[in-house]
Design a protein around this ligand. Structure first.
Ligand SMILES: [Zn+2]
Length: 292
């Protein structure tokens, strides 16, 4: 503070301290994961996308363990987010994500793999598929696109992490093919939800990304936009394109319009907040059947 004419004024270099003891209003009660109306209508499937909640835990509700993050806090957050969905975080299956197109099938025996800090992941890859209750699938995101899939007939579910590398490797199509092989899923019956991701206005990429995209989707020009110096890449549109190419009905794909970078208060954004920011989780599970 500085003194001027006997009046104490706050030095603008020292912002008014916040009352750290006062709980933020949104910290009262459980956090609320985002849901897809399309998937929410499927009986026996539980899903949600966790977010960024300022003041929630030590890192705004982050659920990732990798350094420099506080693992115990992230484990607590996993439990809180899962509890908000009626799920048990100890039954999570989480992959070591590698920006590829590998699809991992998991079952109840894999529950807990990568769930708690310092446990081995449920393998390495960027898509999880399962037709068993008792395991909770989760992928981690900060701008990279979360995709959840449901086969309402088997039933079976999938959680997918698709940044530009996974997108140009067609992990969406690989996941549909994986569900077809493992569960006999009919692509035309699958339901898809593309959740919050970095929007096209915020996602300039290098020319090599545009080239790689057109190599996998020669008719996918609409997912690229020329912004002058560098192309921008529309991950949502690209993955919807890949899902349609894999046989999904366009009417059975819901696409969130949330841009994680624009809405950085509510979402972790690698581009907006830097690599040390947190991660949000895309979670899906089959509910335990009555009587089990
Ligand atoms: Zn944006």
């Amino acid at each position: 503070m500085t003194e001027t004419s006997g009046v104490m004024v706050l030095d603008p270099a020292f912002p008014t301290p916040r009352d750290g003891s006062a709980p933020e209003p949104h910290c009262q009660g459980p956090p609320r994961p985002l849901k897809s109306a399309l998937l929410d209508a499927v009986p026996g499937v539980v899903h949600g996308i966790t977010g960024r909640v300022p003041g929630l835990g030590a890192a705004d509700g982050n659920v990732a363990y990798s350094a420099p993050r506080d693992r115990q806090d992230a484990w607590l957050m996993r439990q809180r987010w899962c509890a908000a969905l009626g799920l048990d975080a100890a039954r999570l299956a989480v992959l070591g994500q590698i920006h590829g197109a590998a699809v991992r099938k998991v079952g109840a025996d894999d529950a807990g793999s990568g769930a708690r800090p310092a446990t081995d992941p449920a393998g390495y890859g960027d898509a999880l598929i399962s037709d068993e209750p008792g395991v909770v699938l989760m992928t981690l995101h900060a701008d990279c696109l979360p995709l959840l899939l449901v086969d309402p007939d088997r039933p079976a579910v999938a959680a997918v992490h698709a940044g530009w590398r996974g997108t140009v490797a067609d992990i969406a199509g690989a996941t549909v093919a994986g569900m077809r092989r493992a569960f006999g899923s009919d692509p035309a019956r699958l339901l898809g939800y593309i959740g919050p991701t970095i929007g096209p206005d915020c996602y300039e990429v290098g020319p090599e990304v545009a080239e790689a995209w057109l190599a996998v989707a020669p008719d996918g020009q609409a997912s690229l936009r020329d912004t002058g110096s560098r192309p921008s890449f529309d991950l949502r549109r690209a993955n919807r394109h890949l899902l349609a190419a894999a046989g999904l009905e366009p009417a059975r794909i819901e696409v969130s319009s949330i841009c994680t970078r624009h809405d950085g208060d509510a979402w972790f954004s690698h581009r907006g907040q830097g690599p040390a920011t947190g991660r949000f989780g895309a979670i899906i599970a089959l509910a335990d059947r009555d009587g089990d």
